[in-house]
Design a protein around this ligand. Structure first.
Ligand code: GCW
Length: 706
């Protein structure tokens, strides 16, 4: 099957002002990742400017130099540091890009520096990875038609971990995958081919540096990925990825000692279990030297964990962390732990409190190579949730923010929903974690860097192992993401994880410029479509933070009571008078999990942000919102508007017919029509539901089915 190149689809652009730089590369340092960077430059030069990039490397120069007359000027021809000198002596001073490794403490492991000297752009990094990222940045700049002199002189990623989690099953299906099958697995075999290489290039180009390749629900024999049956393939894959600066992680079953080890226990405190993991990790690392570590879903939705042995999650995570520590590996431990066997009649248990309750008390008990991975919201990737109250609580524990690029609850890559604005809100959220409690006498008392972005970047508590992870939306569809516009979410996540200060709109513009060749007017139209899409989706689905109301199990389309009497702890408790769960200090007390200012804001109906009203409060339909309408009328209004906005998106998309390649235009249009049907279905089901509950008609007299 053929696949597309997404934003690495280099199109001819002979008008570009700085194409001269793509004539020569002076490769002053050697290494596999630098070679890959040079390959990318070569490809880009050829496809964008029709030029054959000339590569001058130290080693080649040593051969070429034989022909140069004043060769005696060079003292030590074997000295491979000499390319710079040779360039001068040999007169090879063409315009070009210099790639060099140099010690520079400020650049860290992944940063790079851009300088101009004469007609050369000098790209410097401490490590090969930095040069790879720098080269992709140069290409990105060129693809957008921007002068290279506008590149920032120094660029260092905000987050150390910028990770994608694949929920790919071993047989080849993808859990919550909406763009075909896995390109990593088929029938319990690992796939490694040209597409894998292109994927590695895509990852590096957006700055992703870690991936876990198998589902956190480790099923279909995937536990065996850490056995000798698969080591040789895992090794090849890890090496391929490593060439693009990406570390490979595997999701493991906490009960592996039982599932693949023949033990009858997985108790984290039992000696033989400890010994089994130590032996296992040693075996993995010996066979897969580049191995990153484990991702673990434990005591979650039926998967085994330490609770079975009356141990806590620190004991569970440390078991694996201790085994990995000698090799520099880490355990990424998910905090998605809650009671999924709840009785809907029980109004005291609140699923939204679970992550905090299970993990906050354990702060300080985790090994330094454990990173807790926390979903952005306290429940589960809904279209609107508050930020998880766990952020900021764990001062001594590394944390990764987990978001979902796969649109499980946000349209499943049928509906257009650009999620970067949502992630921005999460990152920019002030936790106020610095304003509480005493700090040690010799530390700064006022921690001002208290946003989620600060916390996961390590700025707040000085953590060194932290960052952002996302459940990816990729599959083997020719366009990788099912909906062409969903690639903006993939790209956007990578770019945001690198630089959390980028705006959602800037990222959208960049992705558009990288992917399509549009004039300003069409670019604006596409930006409008993307930027409006999350608010639109929110309007026609479940209202004001209540969440769910989706069909059970597959989670697409409306079904108001599908989860209402079920075990999953996701209830809206609507009756004829009111809707919502009271999570205030007089209700389940969830608001108290936040730091002062947020706790107060959420606790009172008058100060609670309205988009989260039904998340935190139980509210009468007659309650007046700030804009003067009743809650019921707001629900009606937004649901009518949502459909109108989808119609408007389609109208806009149709104006772009000449600007977008026909195959892509048609593909997207087909999705938009499905989205329109979906939005109408949501509108009618939701409006009818509330009409039947209240028997109050729409004030504007629009049609609501009885
Ligand atoms: O929301 C749920 C999804 C599951 C997923 C789980 C998780 C991988 O419906 O499919 O399982 O989240 O995040 O572990």
């Amino acid at each position: 099957m053929k696949w597309e190149q997404l934003w690495l689809n280099y199109q001819l652009n002979l008008d570009y002002c700085d194409q001269g730089y793509f004539n020569f590369v002076y490769q002053r340092s050697q290494g596999e990742r630098i070679d890959n960077a040079v390959k990318e430059l070569t490809k880009a030069a050829k496809e964008m400017f029709g030029t054959s990039l000339m590569v001058r490397s130290n080693l080649q120069e040593i051969e070429d130099i034989e022909d140069i007359e004043d060769i005696e000027d060079i003292e030590d021809i074997e000295d491979i540091e000499n390319l710079e000198e040779m360039e001068k002596i040999g007169g090879i001073d063409e315009q070009g890009i210099v790639l060099q490794l140099k010690e520079a403490a400020t650049l860290g492991e992944e940063g790079y520096q851009v300088q101009f000297e004469g007609n050369k752009l000098i790209l410097t990094a401490c490590e090969q990875k930095g040069l790879l990222y720098g080269v992709f940045h140069i290409i990105r700049q060129a693809k957008q038609g921007k002068p290279l002199r506008e590149l920032p002189s120094i660029n260092i990623p905000n987050n150390k971990y910028r990770m994608l989690n694949h929920w790919d099953d071993f047989e080849g299906k993808i859990e919550r995958g909406y763009s075909g099958r896995s390109f990593f697995f088929n029938n319990r075999e690992i796939l490694i081919n040209e597409r894998t290489l292109d994927y590695a290039r895509l990852l590096a180009s957006m700055g992703i540096n870690q991936i876990s390749i198998n589902n956190v629900n480790v099923r279909e024999g995937a536990s065996e990925l850490i056995t000798k049956k698969y080591f040789s393939e895992v090794k090849v894959l890890a090496e391929l990825l490593e060439g693009y600066g990406v570390k490979l992680f595997l999701s493991v079953n906490f009960a592996s000692p039982m599932v693949i080890g023949g033990l009858d226990s997985a108790d984290p405190l039992e000696e033989r279990v400890i010994a089994w993991w130590q032996e296992k990790v040693k075996e993995v690392v010996e066979n897969v030297p580049n191995f990153g570590g484990f991702l673990v879903k434990a005591d979650s939705e039926g998967w085994p964990g330490p609770f079975a042995y009356h141990r806590n999650h620190a004991q569970g995570a440390n078991l694996l962390a201790d085994a990995l520590a000698p090799y520099g590996g880490v355990v990424i431990w998910r905090c998605f732990v809650y009671n999924c066997q709840q009785d809907w009649r029980d109004t005291t248990t609140d699923r939204a409190k679970a992550a905090y309750d299970n993990f906050a008390p354990l702060d300080g008990q985790f090994a330094p190579n454990v990173i807790l991975q926390v979903k952005n919201g306290p429940v589960d990737f809904q279209v609107r949730e508050p930020v998880s109250p766990l952020f900021g609580q764990m001062k001594q524990t590394n944390q990764i923010l987990e978001v979902q690029i796969a649109q499980e609850y946000t349209g499943q890559q049928v509906d257009c929903c650009y999620l970067v604005p949502m992630w921005k809100e999460v990152l920019d959220f002030r936790t106020y974690c610095g304003e509480k409690e005493d700090t040690a006498a010799d530390t700064v008392t006022d921690i001002v860097a208290d946003t989620v972005a600060d916390i996961v970047a390590g700025r707040t508590f000085g953590h060194v192992a932290c960052g952002m992870a996302a459940v990816t939306n990729t599959g083997d569809d020719s366009n990788w993401t099912g909906h062409d516009l969903a690639a903006a979410n993939l790209y956007g996540f990578g770019r945001l994880a690198w630089d959390t200060s980028l705006s959602a709109e800037a990222i959208a513009r960049e992705w558009i410029a990288m992917t399509y060749n549009l004039n300003k007017e069409f670019e604006d139209t596409m930006v409008e479509i993307l930027m409006g899409s999350w608010p639109t989706y929110e309007k026609y689905t479940s209202p004001l933070g209540i969440g769910w109301m989706v069909n059970a199990s597959h989670h697409y389309g409306p079904n108001v009571e599908a989860y209402e009497y079920d075990v999953w702890g996701t209830y809206h408790r609507a009756n004829h008078r009111a809707i919502g769960v009271d999570r205030t200090s007089t209700g389940t007390g969830m608001t108290e999990q936040y730091f002062g200012p947020n706790a107060q804001r959420y606790d009172h109906i008058d100060t609670c942000p309205e988009e989260l009203l039904l998340f935190f409060h139980r509210v009468d339909y007659t309650h007046r919102l700030r804009r003067g309408v009743t809650l019921l009328q707001h629900i009606y209004d937004t649901h009518f508007e949502g459909v109108e906005e989808v119609e408007e998106m389609i109208r806009k998309w149709n104006t772009m017919k000449e600007a977008i390649c026909p195959v892509v235009h048609e593909r997207v249009l087909e999705r938009f029509y499905r989205q329109l049907e979906n939005s109408k279905n949501w509108r009618d089901v939701i409006n009818t539901y509330f009409y039947r509950k209240t028997l109050q008609p729409d004030e504007k007299g629009r049609h609501i089915y009885e």
